[in-house]
Design a protein around this ligand. Sequence first.
Ligand code: NAD
Ligand code: 89Y
Length: 360
Amino acid sequence: AEERTVRGALIGCGFFAENQMQAWQQLQRDGKRVEIVALCDRDPQRLAHFQTLFGIEATFTDANAMFEAFAGGGADGKDSDLDFVDIATTTQAHAALVPLAADHGVDIICQKPFAGSLETARQLIEHCKTRGVTLGIHENFRWQQAVRSTIEALRDGAIGQPFFGRISYRNGFDVYRAQPYLAEVERFIIEDLGIHVLDIARALFGEVDRLGCEIARVNPAINGEDVATMMLHHDTGVTAVVDCSYATRLADDPFPQSLIEIDGKRGSLRLRQDFTLEIHAIEGGCEIRDVRPESPAWSEAPWRPIQQSVLAFQRDWLGAQRQGRSVETRGEDNFNTLALVEAAYRAAAIHQTVVPERWE
Ligand code: NAD
Ligand code: 89Y
């Protein structure tokens, strides 16, 4: 039988959501049966902009009104004529929007950081579980082609058991221009960006049992920290350094790449800025793989690696939805990434190593 079209709504028509919409429409063009049928933003101008850009008729300035408009009439006796909602607002709105969607029986994708505290994160996860809807967090950096290839090489045993890692994200890109709120927030680089790099560390090396962190603000025009250096000890015995900076001036600015070094018992991996992945073997010699992302037609420099990862994440989410499996970055999993963010701020405040909370 022909697959039924998975019907979704987007809430939050802001800066980054444009990538999410482009990716849904590309998946549709590629023959995947998925469609965004409604848009919601409390700002009528953003709503009108997205309506024109993406040709979607149904628009709402209030999420509750949108869910009510689609209530009942769902396929297979579902409560809603929407199968899922893609929540692309900033974090403050998630605590109300996630339960609202769950109460309407709609599966949820929610942007990172999915909650402002671990307590709220726990409540949202439990609420979705009680209502029987899935909660997938849009955590896309582990889906960047270069990062994914590194994760796969490690998982395939290319260098044996790892004992050291470094994931380094350092550049001087002006992120404040498109996302001005980033200059205002008290917690900046760890919560906004480090969260992705910490998630890559978990994808590579597993859960973290101890974490230390030092932070700095180099740019005097912002409120939060723009430099963070973290040391992680993983259950697997790996020690990893996660270092992030938006204050690093480089002629060949690598935004938005994460560069990765991993040393293992049978060799080493190096993910370089030119999108080569070096696999150094204990026997000597080095295999070089080209891991440059395939850029979607709608992508633009310097955002291409991120835009490719949005497409890859959403493609995987759709596959998971069809197959009835969870995505890697479901709420319970992402709780542990969020816990590393909280641990990092605590460690930085007391200048001591802390034990992160963990989803049990
Ligand atoms: P933005 O401020 O440009 O967009 C947010 C939009 O949500 C705005 O248009 C706002 O009007 C709307 N909104 C807020 N609350 C609402 C509500 N209750 N109902 C309806 N609409 C509401 O923000 P942004 O820069 O696009 O960031 C959005 C999220 O995406 C953030 O959490 C950010 O961290 C994340 N982000 C993720 C990536 C990534 O690679 N995964 C990259 C950039 C941003
Ligand atoms: O908001 C951030 C993210 O998630 O990826 C990069 C970014 O846009 C700026 O740090």
